[in-house]
Ligand binder design. Structure first.
Ligand code: ADP
Ligand code: MG
Length: 293
């Protein structure tokens, strides 16, 4: 392969809205047979909206939203943005957070108005020895059954409520996934979110294989497991929690609308955050390499 011909390929990539780290990337692009797709922010818009606030018995719904909103104001996850935006809209400026910690793929922790707060998966709350009361387990189940993302909120040693978020599949995702299949590639949906929310998105866009409920390290393991089966794996993601998996994959593709961590870890950036550009990039690399043979 002559470097010049490959660079022409990368130039055309830029026109298509794809930035390629170096010409050598194209060779891997051509060999890919499996495409692992992150859910939130990659297949979906990642602009979540808070759709339900469920306080535990005896907890004030406003207090739940205000404290959770103040905590999540310091976060970057689509869940954090949804909760903080809903709280700010209702209450205006929110109190500050001390000792904020982002437990990647699990949730967030911090102190607001003297209350030690934690918001996230039930597994994170379990780290604090906290168990959801029956009525909140039921609310969380109902939300997940409906394909939504739900997080639990606790402060001062008690679980105080559940917040329910909805996300929307990007209008271009289903066509892009059909495009990947046309190229002979197998799509796999990979997410830290719950299995039911993942299945509902997978169904909407035409993906059969789903790996859900994984921690960021689990995303790396999922990619490695496919590679161990002899697959050549492309991974598409946008989050900090996707960076390690993007680096592990044979080809990492980052959403240009995503985090710097994802973009730095990837070989290729889809500038407009449109999955259709991934299909174009793979088609382009095959065409380019055919021209120079
Ligand atoms: P995804 O793979 O869909 O991008 P993540 O791995 O980032 O998901 O997150 C997995 C789960 O961790 C979320 O569904 C949520 O339960 C919890 N979580 C992550 N970040 C937060 C946050 N800022 N607030 C509350 N929960 C969170
Ligand atoms: Mg994501």
């Amino acid at each position: 392969a002559t470097p010049v011909a490959l660079l022409v390929g990368t130039g055309r990539g830029a026109q298509l809205g794809v930035l390629i780290k170096g010409p050598e990337v194209l060779e891997n692009t051509r060999r890919v047979d499996t495409v692992v797709l992150d859910k939130t922010g990659t297949v979906t818009t990642g602009r979540m909206a808070l759709v339900e606030t469920v306080p535990a018995d005896g907890v004030d719904a406003d207090e739940l939203l205000r404290l959770a909103g103040a905590l999540e104001h310091a976060g970057e996850h689509p869940i954090a943005k949804a909760v903080a935006a809903a709280a700010a809209e209702r209450f205006g400026p929110l109190p500050g957070v001390e000792g904020f910690a982002n437990r990647e793929g699990l949730g967030v922790e911090g102190v607001v108005d003297g209350h030690a707060l934690v918001a996230g998966r039930p597994a994170l709350l379990a780290d604090w020895g906290l168990v959801l009361p029956g009525e909140l387990v039921a609310a969380l189940d109902r939300a997940e059954e409906a394909g939504r993302t739900a997080v639990a909120v606790a402060w001062d040693g008690e679980v105080r409520g559940v917040l329910v978020m909805s996300d929307t599949v990007k209008p271009t995702s289903a066509a892009a996934i059909a495009g990947l299949r046309d190229l002979g590639l197998t799509p796999v949906l990979l997410t830290g979110d719950n299995e039911r929310a993942a299945r509902s998105v997978a169904k909407a866009v035409g993906i059969d294989e789903v790996v859900a409920g994984v921690l960021p390290a689990g995303k790396v393991d999922a990619v490695k497991a496919l590679q161990a089966q002899g697959k050549v794996v492309a991974m598409v993601g946008d989050g900090v929690n996707d960076a390690a998996a993007l680096a592990t994959a044979d080809l990492g593709l980052a959403m240009g609308t995503g985090t710097d961590a994802a973009i730095e870890a990837a070989d290729l950036t889809l500038v407009r955050g449109d999955l259709g550009a991934a299909v174009d990039a793979i088609r382009l690399s095959r065409a380019t390499l055919r021209t120079i043979k």
